[in-house]
Design a protein around this ligand. Structure first.
Ligand SMILES: C[S@@+](CC[C@H](N)C(=O)[O-])C[C@H]1O[C@@H](n2cnc3c(N)ncnc32)[C@H](O)[C@@H]1O
Ligand code: SF4
Length: 415
């Protein structure tokens, strides 16, 4: 049989080209979540309109039967900006900025809360950035407001992310008071020198030990920690022994080992701008760590898995002596509809947080006034901006309007 050459529709070529261009654009941006922009913005909505969409979804459900309702709050602040990080984060320049953020968050709650008053929320996940950048009294204010605007199920699970250098007993006490039982924090490496070189501060074993002790003393034993695979300045042997030290001493509920999604800045700073050097460096870690993890897991009562959301993940399977059994974790906000076996609602509040109604409608909200702020930006341009308003986003804009970048744009895209 002979094959006739097939003509390619030029419209298809054009659309592929546009997609590639779009990808090249967003992949240079430091936040992986911006991939949502791949197909561009299709509709723009104010937060009030988005509240209307939620109200309609609740009043006229697309599917009947119980839904699983998740609330996510993004706190975009960090004490310092780690060299490798690709999340939506910024360093607060003053306590005013944190207050502005809380004011803005409360406006969102007051706008959207009434629209979803009939929903009961099953999970709350507070992520970042570093939510623990908010001091204890601000955390108290945030969760008091949240309880005013949203109704939580009796056994709702509440999770909180923190930086071990920015946590203390008073924040833990507030979190406990507001019902948080699941915690996770970044270790990356136990070397204070390497952490300092990556702008994380001199975080070492002492800090990590203190955080576990404080949480355990408060009766909070559901703790997971993050490590980074292939962080510049570490070796595979060190990462393996770091993980072993943490498991041996504290038996956390879980360990997630992230493979770094490298930003352009990270490759420039540590690999001379050569992405192939980065991949070659990573290969050594792949081999060394993959080989060591199953034996460590077996020795210490963990199950280990590779792939999925993280490069490696370990979960405690046996309860060590002296630790009480853990409160049930209903689910996490990243769960898929087929895992939950029922429709999912996800309401995201804060910059870069995304929402989904019935697991099918992603919404990113912004208010129109942010546009004006952006238009006024003239100085101090140094933030990569995902908006099409220019190559960078001015920090003054960021400071004034925490709803920056992606969420500072009203974005509604039907999938
Ligand atoms: C949002 S941070 C939350 C924890 C907290 N901010 C901290 O750093 O301790 C979650 C985790 O993402 C991981 N991470 C950061 N940048 C990454 C990147 N470029 N690629 C993959 N994982 C990354 C780190 O392991 C970090 O602990
Ligand atoms: S503290 Fe966490 S979120 Fe902030 S820059 Fe570092 S890794 Fe990223």
């Amino acid at each position: 049989m002979t094959w006739a050459p097939r003509t390619i529709d030029p419209r298809w070529v054009r659309s592929r080209q546009m997609l590639q261009d779009r990808y090249a654009q967003v992949s240079r941006l430091p936040d992986a979540s911006r991939l949502a922009y791949l197909r561009g913005r299709t509709h723009t909505r104010t937060e009030k309109e988005i509240a209307g969409i939620w109200a309609k979804a609740v009043a006229e459900p697309a599917q009947h039967g119980p839904t699983l309702n998740n609330l996510y709050i993004h706190v975009p602040f960090c004490k310092s900006l780690c060299t490798f990080c690709n999340y939506q984060r910024l360093r607060p320049s003053s306590p005013d900025q944190l207050r502005d953020y809380l004011d803005r968050l409360e406006t969102s709650m007051a706008t959207i809360g009434p629209a979803v008053r009939d929903l009961e929320w099953h999970t709350l996940y507070v992520g970042g950035g570093t939510p623990s950048t908010l001091p204890a009294h601000m955390l108290d204010r945030l969760f008091t407001s949240l309880a005013k605007h949203f109704r939580f199920a009796k056994n709702a699970s509440r999770s909180f992310e923190f930086d071990p250098m920015v946590m203390n007993a008073s924040r833990i006490a507030v979190l406990k008071k507001h019902g948080f039982t699941h915690f996770s924090f970044g270790i990356q490496t136990l070397s204070p020198e390497v952490n300092r070189a990556h702008n994380r501060g001199p975080q070492g074993r002492e800090t990590i030990a203190k955080r576990f002790e404080e949480l355990y003393a408060a009766g909070l034993h559901d703790v997971a920690v993050d490590f980074l695979l292939g962080l510049a300045g570490t070796t595979p042997q060190e990462i393996v022994s770091d993980i072993e030290w943490v498991l041996d001493n504290f038996r956390p509920r879980g360990v997630d080992v992230f493979q770094i999604s490298p930003t352009v800045e990270y490759v420039d700073a540590f690999f001379g701008g050569d992405i192939d050097r980065y991949w070659a460096h990573l290969e050594e870690f792949e081999a060394g760590v993959a080989e060591a993890i199953p034996a460590i897991a077996k020795r210490l009562g963990y199950s280990a898995r590779s792939g999925g959301g993280h490069r490696f993940a370990m979960h405690r399977t046996t309860l060590p002596k002296g630790l009480p059994s853990l409160p049930q974790r209903l689910t996490s906000y990243t769960q898929l509809v087929n895992e939950a076996r029922r429709p999912l609602h996800l309401l995201g509040l804060g910059p870069s947080a995304r929402s989904q109604v019935f697991g099918t409608l992603p919404i990113i909200a912004r208010t129109s006034e942010v546009n004006l702020e952006m238009a006024r930006c003239t100085s101090d341009r140094r933030w990569a901006c995902q908006m099409k308003c220019g190559p960078t986003l001015c920090t003054t804009c960021v400071i004034r309007t925490p709803w920056r970048g992606m969420n500072s744009s009203a974005y509604l895209d039907w999938m």
